[in-house]
Design a protein around this ligand. Structure first.
Ligand code: BES
Ligand code: MN
Ligand code: MN
Length: 463
């Protein structure tokens, strides 16, 4: 048996155990937004240390970053092979609304070939594939094809506030040849993706204040300003009837899609009506002149993510609200600057707001879009590995979500990145009944092992 055949056999023989071990991590409610889960964060980090040790890492430890702990691990670093830095996040989104889960979010359940629990697809089930691939080499007594470094953080879902500065101050420790991230999706079931772009994010929160307190809308309505009405009016003006964002300067730095991208994406198998049905909306929408795929992967957006004002309980209460609040975010594309865009959003909202309301704006976390060179040889290595694991031709694509820290790694360490997503866009990440398809979880472990071999074969590359 060749080394590869031994690895493949090992993965088959141990598949059931991998699933059980993943469940152990999934049972820990490592919700980063909720201070009540602080002890769970450490518990989850410590569990990961154990799995890194079992995978043969020479060093594996919980690292204090100032916020929720991260986990760092590395194999013995040998000079004759490339170093792969694997990034992932063990923190998860809150589980609410709890009553919409068919089985409890932190009691993993396998049905229809899928594993259901919060964090299965985002991101525990995804980064775990790399740990298990490394374990295969270790347990078989084979040398790892690459030097491994792992950094698994606990604050991705809150914008990685502690990891960004930590990367900068640990650049020497993290020195590597390529960043490897599994925190995205396949193109479609069974169709792997060679990903070369993610969107960025600018996020603000706006509050309009009218009177000092909620009032009787019959006694005061019509004469005292209504901040809910006014905020709606302002928001409505942020996009025109062609779906374009009206904020002055917003599109100035947007890198246009290339004709090559547009042609290639137009050829991808995509059924618009099926997509519409899958999201359940009566009709799709978007910026004029762009396809659904282009709108999702390569055009900036502006969306209200939350809106709150007045009486929202059962029945009717005639009240004139004192305040209205909206959380508004923009997905960004290269080369927009997220801080600049957030400031533009604020300036335009202040300009549009009537003098009858007081305006408060605060800024949430954000980050720039990320883009790789799609022609880089590491993508060819990825393509080969994915073909071997999924027995399907990979699709060169971009995606609409954001992993802000990827740009920090790439810019600080001057390395390219491979984003090997094993999820699907139907996995319900951030939503009830999050799940991961088990065949993709196992294919992902094989792909990680094959990719290590392909990168070793490549030897070195331009960074
Ligand atoms: N894994 C996702 C991002 C993602 C999902 C990218 C699917 C591509 C496809 C990540 O955990 C996430 O949720 N990111 C947030 C931003 C973050 C700053 C909270 C996002 O995209 O909203
Ligand atoms: Mn994620
Ligand atoms: Mn997420």
């Amino acid at each position: 048996m060749t080394a590869t055949e031994k690895v493949e056999q090992y993965l088959k023989d141990n598949a059931a155990r991998f699933e059980e071990e993943l469940k152990e991590i999934l049972r820990i409610p490592s919700v980063s937004t909720d201070a009540a889960h602080k002890p769970d964060m450490l518990r989850c980090a410590e569990k990961l240390v154990h799995f890194f040790q079992a995978a043969g890492m020479q060093e594996a430890r919980v690292v204090e970053t100032g916020g929720h702990p991260a986990v760092y691990a590395q194999s013995e670093q040998k000079p004759d092979r490339p170093t792969v830095l694997v990034y992932g996040h063990y923190d998860v989104q809150p589980e609410d609304p709890l009553d919409e889960w068919e089985t409890p979010p932190f009691e993993p359940d396998i049905r229809d070939g899928k594993i259901f629990a919060r964090g299965t697809s985002d991101d525990k089930g995804q980064f775990f594939v790399h740990i298990k691939a490394a374990e295969a080499y270790h347990k078989l007594g084979l040398e790892y094809p690459v030097n491994y470094k792992f950094i698994i953080e606990g604050e991705e879902e809150i914008g990685s506030p502690s990891l960004a500065p930590w990367i900068a101050s640990h650049a020497e420790l993290l020195k590597s040849d390529v960043l490897m991230v599994s925190d995205t999706t396949l193109y479609a079931p069974g169709v792997p993706a060679v990903l070369y772009g993610l969107r960025g994010l600018a996020y603000i929160e706006v509050e309009f204040k009218g009177g000092d307190t909620d009032m009787h809308s019959g006694m005061f309505g019509g004469a005292v300003p209504n901040p809910a009405n006014e905020l709606c009016k302002v928001i409505a003006q942020l996009k025109d009837d062609k779906g374009r964002i009206t904020i002055p300067g917003f599109y100035d730095k947007v890198r246009p899609l290339t004709q090559g991208e547009r042609d290639a994406w137009a050829k991808l198998p995509f059924d618009e009506e099926e997509f519409r049905k899958s999201v359940g909306a009566p009709q799709l929408c978007g910026e004029e002149g762009f396809t659904t795929t282009e709108r999702r992967w390569a055009r900036p957006t502006l969306d209200v993510n939350g809106f709150c004002s007045g009486f929202t309980g059962e029945g009717a209460k005639t009240v004139l609200p004192a305040k209205a609040m909206a959380k508004i975010s923009c997905r960004l594309v290269p080369d927009q600057d997220h801080e600049e865009i957030a400031k533009m959003m604020e300036a335009e909202i202040r300009r549009l707001a009537p003098p009858t309301v007081e305006v408060k704006v605060s800024f949430h976390h954000g980050g720039p879009a990320w883009m790789n060179n799609p022609d880089h040889p590491i993508n060819e290595a990825a393509r080969k590995a994915y073909r071997r694991a999924w027995h399907a031709e990979p699709v060169l694509m971009r995606e609409g979500g954001s992993i802000a820290i990827v740009s920090d790694f790439c810019n600080t360490l001057h390395i390219p990145a491979i984003l090997m997503g094993v999820g699907l866009d139907t996995d319900n990440i951030h939503a009830p009944n999050e799940h991961l398809t088990l065949s993709d979880f196992h294919a992902g472990i094989a792909a990680s092992a094959f990719l290590a071999e392909e990168l070793a074969e490549l030897g070195s590359w331009e960074k």
